[in-house]
Design a protein around this ligand. Structure first.
Ligand SMILES: [Zn+2]
Length: 472
């Protein structure tokens, strides 16, 4: 029996590359080697030592000279359901965006649409070096799970949950609090810990304006009982805070109210959290709430999040792309670049200059690795390249016009790297992209099917986009 198991686990050795481990000692091997056994990292160190000890045992020995290895990147706020809606809500105000584009679109999705949308989204995530993502809350978890399983990715899947609010499509408006909880418990039963343990199921709250207190509190209790997380959009716009203040007769916004009803816990992943004041930053920090900062989406529709202040207060802040209609580009590589620039630009001194030292490259890199892993409550196995952790690895080829010359590998990764520099991606010990080719699905076929499904979905939802300029 023992021998059989031994035969089944393959050993892969990669060597000759720079390895940015993101471990506690912040080790970077100039000429490093790493050994993968099954789905785990078995050894890591200097190339010569790794080769001497493991090369003879390996089924595959890869010389990755000139490449940089990183832990798999973690995108902590993704709307997989919205990928087929890329470009349907550009340059419109938030109410048009939500009520006239996104809600009609999402409420008309079939299970197959969710599957295709997640496949298309997943392909883009993998190309940008993502091995794990947190779904922000979308339609048809079954479709998402099928796609994640097939792509070989890792994900925390969440259903979009609303039990109240103005202007909801009729099929959603009919949902009771009980329905919302029951459906999520069933998703948990069915899909949690499936796909070789790559899929986990979380609870969702779309946002406070679409949630009763009963939903908030029962979600808190159910998630605690099942030892899973909650993903929720928190304090996105001033209007949200104002509404909470008016309805509940309090003098601060969403975060203050959530604390008042004992909703804030360390398993809460709060998306955006742009409109929080200093007292609310303290509340988030004290409760151990994690924050997903989505720089592109924030710049487009929400505002400047106090990211430096949140990091200074000890809050675990990670990065997310948000959905395709809020960003268009679903590349975590682009978000790294934006997160740094936007947060430097936000620190304007009295003389009008900005602060180039704000959010340095190593902080940004921590946000998409170590902090990402903590945010998805998976840091015991993810976020760094260390013995015993899951083999989720990104291979970067820096020898292109986008990155050459590389004098400082950490700053090059954050400020120079493009999605196109991501060469190969391993998740759970298997290559899900090799030499820029997605391994588990036919990318061209999915692009074709996604185009058709998107046109049909928009027709079904009655969404017509006004034409721009003089298209003849
Ligand atoms: Zn979102």
């Amino acid at each position: 029996m023992e021998k059989r198991e031994e035969e089944m686990t393959t050993v892969t050795v990669m060597h000759g590359c720079m390895i940015i481990t993101m471990d506690n000692e912040q080790r970077v091997f100039r000429d490093g080697g790493i050994v993968i056994e099954g789905d785990q990292i078995k050894a890591i160190g200097q190339s010569s030592l790794i080769l001497a000890e493991f090369a003879s045992l390996a089924a595959e020995v890869l010389d990755l000279s000139g490449h940089i290895l990183l832990p798999g990147l973690i995108n902590t706020h993704v709307h997989t359901s919205q990928q087929l809606a890329r470009g349907i809500a550009d340059d419109v105000d938030l109410i048009t965006w939500l009520h006239h584009r996104i809600w009609p679109y999402e409420s008309n999705m079939t299970e197959e649409d969710s599957y295709l949308s997640t496949l298309l989204c997943g392909i883009e995530l993998i190309h940008s070096g993502v091995t794990c993502f947190a779904e922000a809350g979308g339609q048809h978890v079954s479709g998402m799970a099928r796609a994640v399983d097939l792509l070989g990715l890792r994900a925390c899947l969440t259903e979009s949950i609303m039990d109240s609010g103005q202007g909801l499509p009729s099929s959603w408006a009919a949902r009771t609090t009980q329905d919302c909880l029951q459906s999520q418990k069933e998703n948990y039963e069915r899909y949690n810990n499936t796909a070789q343990g790559r899929i986990r199921v979380w609870f969702g709250i779309r946002q406070i304006m679409n949630s009763t207190d009963r939903l908030l509190l029962d979600t808190r209790d159910a998630a605690s009982q099942l030892k899973t997380g909650i993903h929720m959009h928190v304090a996105e716009i001033p209007y949200e805070n104002q509404l909470v203040m008016d309805v509940h007769k309090i003098d601060h916004g969403t975060v203050t109210y959530l604390e008042k009803i004992n909703f804030l816990q360390n398993n809460l992943l709060a998306a955006h959290s742009v409109w929080v004041d200093n007292s609310e930053i303290s509340l988030l920090s004290r409760a151990g709430v994690k924050v997903s900062h989505c720089p592109a989406a924030a710049m487009r529709m929400l505002g400047f999040a106090p990211v430096r202040e949140m990091l200074d207060a000890g809050i675990c802040v990670s990065l997310g792309t948000d959905g395709a209609p809020s960003n268009n580009r679903m590349s975590i590589v682009d978000e790294m670049y934006l997160a740094s620039l936007i947060n430097k630009g936000r620190e304007v001194y009295a003389n009008g200059t900005t602060d180039p030292t704000a959010l340095p490259a190593e902080t940004i890199l921590r946000m998409v690795t170590v902090n990402g892993a903590k945010s998805v409550l998976w840091d015991d196995e993810l976020g760094s390249l260390e013995v015993g952790k899951k083999a989720d690895i990104v291979v970067v080829n820096p020898s292109t016009w986008t990155m050459v010359p590389v004098h400082d590998c950490i700053s090059s990764i954050v400020y120079c790297m493009r999605t196109e520099n991501v060469d190969s991606v391993m998740c759970n010990g298997l290559w899900i992209m090799k030499n820029k080719k997605i391994t588990c699905v036919d990318e061209e076929q999915i692009i074709l099917k996604a185009k058709q499904a998107s046109v049909e979905l928009l027709k079904r939802a009655g969404i017509k986009l006004p034409s721009r300029m003089n298209i003849i």
